[in-house]
Design a protein around this ligand. Sequence first.
Ligand code: NDP
Length: 330
Amino acid sequence: METFKALLITRDETTKKQSVAETTLTPADLMEGDVDVRVDYSTVNYKDGLAITGKLPVVRRFPMIPGIDFAGVVEASTHPDFAPGDRVLLNGWGLGETHLGAYSQMARVSGDWLIPQPEGFTAAETMAIGTAGYTAMLAVMALERQGVAFDSGPVVVTGAAGGVGSMAISLLSRLGYQVIAVTGREHEHEYLASIGAGEIIDRAELSEPAKLLGKERWAGGIDAVGGNTLANVLSMTRRGGAVAACGNAGGMDLPTSVAPFILRGVSLVGIDSVYQPKPRRIEAWSRLETDLDRDKLAAMTTTIPFSGLENAARDILEGKVRGRLVVEIG
Ligand code: NDP
């Protein structure tokens, strides 16, 4: 590929204001790496929204091509694990933050960050899952490691109609868990029930400052919101239960106390999808192959063109995106 299309974020170093524009680049513009990939599909995660709009300082190098996930085909490689023609997948590893990212028809990356495209999925499906779905899978695996099983009691999922939330609901329900979805979008109740929520509660119920200990309502939780929401989830978790903290859509703070931990033995597990070691990445994707309902994945996915990226970035930060977005790059 002599030239290719990319979305580029630049910053005026005097005003510190960033701008975003579609541009044409050449391979010489790319950063170092031992594998060149022709990108077919990407997706829009909350973090991509933050990067494109500049709402939080996600981008730590300018100019930057945003986009933290891609699926594509190897064009050139000096990495021992990959050869031209291989279908590959990348989630995280600083793409779109410190390394030129996925919203580009061509990417050059370290082969250590790549995994082969799982056989059970198409490239577009891997991006329908994307970091959001992969994170939801890591969260389910973390709860399992803490002993939360489908018969332990209900599991609560916050930010339910978003990407991580929708994927978590779908995975948990397929695994036999009773799922309680927490949402601020009343018009999405039917959607949430269709992907596996057995009970739905309004997010306002969990948005006030938490009591030290609340009524025990669930055995586990997957939280995409943070702030008072996570504090309430913790204070209402049953004795010996566990909560996976995945996100901060409602805030970075955590106004809680030690009460749930020392009086009920509740565990809080952090989920970082960006720098997972390769065996854990492969394990998560192989679990997705067995545990994810493809029909539900299709029902929660919308495909958008490359030209729709900037609008999608704004929409996801405003909480307007339901489920997952796939972006056609190639
Ligand atoms: P989405 O925007 O798709 O979902 C976030 C959801 O959170 C919204 O749909 C909304 O759900 C809810 N929400 C938004 N704002 C608020 C608010 N102020 N108070 C309460 N609820 C709110 O984003 P993603 O699913 O892609 O990401 C969710 C979070 O997880 C983000 O913070 C993201 O950065 C983080 N994340 C972390 C990862 C990790 O490695 N730890 C990986 C991937 C994501 P509803 O409308 O149903 O109420």
